[in-house]
Design a protein around this ligand. Sequence first.
Ligand code: NAD
Length: 458
Amino acid sequence: MRMSTGRHYIGGDFVVPARGETADVFEKATDTKIGTYALGDVDDVRLAVASALCAQPAWAARLPAERAAVLRRMAALLESRVDEFVSTLVRETGGVIAKARGEVAAAINRLQVCASLGALSRGDVQPSPKHGKLTLLERVPLGVVGVITPWNFPLVLAMRAVAPALAAGNAVVLKPAELTPIAGGQLLAEVAAEAGVPPGVFNVVTGLGPAAGQPLAEHPDVALIHFTGSNAVGRLMTSIAGLRRTSLELGGSNAFVVLDDADVQKAATCGAWSSFDFQGQTCISSSRHIVDRTLHDDYVAALVRQAGQIVVGNPIQPGVALGPLISAEQRDRVHSLVSRSVDMGAQVLVGGKYDGLFYEPTVVVGVTPEMPLFVEEVFGPVAPVTAVDDEAEALELTNSCQALVNAVHTDDLMRGLAFAQQLHSKNVHVNDAGPRPTDADDVDLDEFTRRRWIGVQR
Ligand code: NAD
């Protein structure tokens, strides 16, 4: 048994929860118990925030190079334990090995990139409003950063906030998703402890959202809540935060548009991947396929073919491309979206059935903008298809839902570009789909620091 199992990581120690309660963690494909996690509550959160508050000034006072060395050690330790992380991610999330490998690699990269952030200029000499006055601008850490993460990419989405927050001199309290507390929290705590992150600078409190996440968001000494998850909880975070800083990474209903001149086979291959990869449980999955009517039947036939070729099963097995959904609750939600849309007139061409948590890759046609499959983020291996008469209708329907990343497929790149420029989403792909197309603004130190101006009168 690992030291961290069933415990929080607070003030540099693996501690039993205040109420003494734990819950089990299960392998999603087999329902086998793979560990336990501490059920945290307000007292655990208070202790973690107090530890972070106490440790943060000394961490911020360290030389940037010293903080960088600690982050690099964390990266090296992750690398040395890559097989353990990959196996835990596969079992805990139900994603395939390649997804887990990509996630660990991205987390390592994040640590390495953030390690070098401290060496960059963090200040400026600014124009002064008075003669003889020197105005300095510096960026200082916020203090304690609370990080709340979801289950779909538990390691890298934690690292997305933890690494820059630490690099900037903040202390962190991380509350990972209750479905993935091992890869999302416990293993990270082990790595931080071994890498020499000073006690209290990085803390992990596990537990349920309302019991452990909410007290963290409500704590007055938490300067920033960095939340990744659903829109519903995101709204709650905003209402709790008041005047405090909140950073929200939420969901949306992403569109995959196929214009009348697209290469149908290429588009369908990309569209299938973007709806079925990791069982459709990513914030960048395509939730709506909006297809020109002239290509609709060919496109749908190709999607159905692709769906039929996908091997569903335990993701630890070679050759399996689609694992289980994360939970029965998630499966029921996905199935209800399909069933309610069918009740409204949509038609399932393939899939629409499940065995335990294994949901078959599903293609649904005749989806109209009023249907749940169109309006809501699906978060399951379902490709809902909507036929449109022309580009104008495709544009209107795409922009009718909030999305993180939309995609458009066409044989004419300039047409694709013009279409992309009219979309409301922050990210758009032309003839592709998936993660946002840039890493450029990925690490935003401004998010984890505040500005301070100092005027010195000569
Ligand atoms: P969720 O909102 O249910 O949970 C996310 C986290 O919030 C978990 O740690 C949970 O315990 C916690 N939480 C739940 N209730 C809380 C409360 N009352 N107070 C404080 N914390 C609370 O989301 P999920 O189901 O874990 O993740 C799926 C969602 O995340 C999808 O909507 C997806 O699009 C989104 N997501 C977005 C991104 C992005 O980068 N934009 C990345 C991954 C996932």
